[in-house]
Ligand binder design. Structure first.
Ligand code: 9J3
Ligand code: ZN
Length: 287
C-alpha cells in the first residue's frame, strides 16, 4: 500500500514535470506561448519567461547602430516571434529598454536598437528596424530560437514613425506598435500589418491631432488597427515603464505575432475610457 502510494505520487510528479514544457504549447495554435493571461498578468511588468540579455556592438553589425537583445532563457518551447524597437530623435536605446524584458518575458526575442545617428529621420529608422530584424533572424546568437516569419516592430516618436515606415516597406511584418509616433507623412494606405497606434493626450512634440490620430485614421479601413490615447500623458510617457503601454503592446503583439486569441479579450470589446485611457478606437472583432 505504502509503495503503491509512493509509486502513484511519483507517477503524478513525473506527469506534472513532463507536462511543463508542452503545457506552454497549445493544442490548436502552434505559436501560443505561456499560460492563459489574466488582467493582472497582462498588466504585470514581467510575464512567465525568465529573460537573458546581451549587447550588440554597433561595430559588428550593419544597417543599424547596435542594441540590446532580450530573450527567454527557455529553449524547450519551440521558436519565438521577434520584435525590434527604435528610440526617438536624439535618444538612445536606454530610453526604450524597459520594454525589452517586459515583452521578452511573454515569449518574444526583442532587440532595442540604437540608430546609426541619433538624428536619423523616420524613414531611416524604419530601414534600421528591418536591418535589426534581419540581424536577429540571420546572424545573431539567438537566430535558431526565432521564427523568421513572425516579426514585428515598435518605436517611440520618430522611432514610432519609423515603425510605420518599416511596415510600409515590409508587408510580411505581423504587428506594429508606434508609440507617440512622429512623422511628416500622415497617410499609410500601403500598410498591411496590423497596427496599434498609441498616442498621448498632452503630447506637445507630436500632437495626436497631427500625428497619432491621422496615422491611425489613414491606415486602411480593412486593416486590423487600433488607436489608444493615454489619458493626461506627455510625449515622453513611453520612456519609462508604463503599465498601460505594456499591457496593450503585449496584447497586440501576442494577438498578431503569435495568433494568440487568448489576448483578444483585452482588445475587444473596445476598452472604455478610464483613468489611464482617454480614448480608444479600433477594429472588433480582430483577425
Ligand atoms: O523622436 C522624436 O521625439 C521626434 C520629435 C521631434 O521633435 O521632431 C522634430 C524634428
Ligand atoms: Zn503615406
Amino acid at each position: 500500500m505504502r509503495n503503491n502510494r509512493l509509486g502513484l505520487a511519483a507517477a503524478l510528479l513525473a506527469g506534472a514535470l513532463a507536462l511543463t514544457p508542452s503545457q506552454a504549447l497549445a493544442d490548436d495554435n502552434p505559436y501560443e506561448r505561456g499560460p492563459d493571461p489574466t488582467e493582472a498578468s497582462v498588466e504585470a511588468p514581467r510575464g512567465s519567461y525568465a529573460v537573458d540579455e546581451f549587447d550588440v556592438s554597433r561595430w559588428l553589425v550593419s544597417g543599424f547602430g547596435g542594441g540590446t537583445v532580450f530573450h527567454p532563457t527557455e529553449t524547450r518551447d519551440g521558436t519565438f516571434g521577434a520584435v525590434a524597437i527604435s528610440p526617438g530623435f536624439t535618444a538612445s536605446k536606454e530610453t526604450m529598454e524597459w520594454l525589452g524584458p517586459w515583452i521578452a518575458s511573454r515569449g518574444f526575442v526583442v532587440i532595442v536598437i540604437d540608430t546609426n545617428s541619433v538624428y536619423d529621420q523616420p524613414a531611416s529608422r524604419g530601414d534600421q528596424l528591418l536591418a535589426a530584424l534581419d540581424y536577429l533572424t540571420g546572424r545573431s546568437p539567438v537566430r535558431d530560437r526565432i521564427d523568421p516569419d513572425r516579426l514585428g516592430v515598435a518605436g517611440h516618436s520618430m522611432g514610432g514613425g519609423g515603425s510605420l515606415e518599416a511596415a510600409k516597406d515590409r508587408p510580411s511584418l505581423k504587428a506594429a506598435v508606434p508609440l507617440t509616433p512622429w512623422n511628416l507623412d500622415k497617410t499609410w494606405p500601403e500598410v498591411r500589418t496590423p497596427t496599434m497606434v498609441i498616442g498621448a493626450e498632452n503630447d506637445s512634440v507630436a500632437p495626436v491631432a497631427s500625428h497619432a490620430e491621422p496615422f491611425y485614421e489613414n491606415l486602411p479601413r480593412s486593416l486590423d488597427r487600433a488607436y489608444l490615447e493615454l489619458n493626461s500623458a506627455s510625449h515622453f510617457a513611453p520612456n519609462r515603464a508604463d503599465r498601460t503601454i505594456g499591457k496593450y503592446t503585449v496584447s497586440w503583439l501576442k494577438r498578431f505575432i503569435d495568433d494568440d486569441t487568448r489576448y483578444e479579450r483585452f482588445l475587444c470589446p473596445l476598452p472604455r475610457p478610464s483613468l489611464e485611457i482617454e480614448e480608444y478606437r479600433g477594429t472588433c472583432p480582430l483577425g
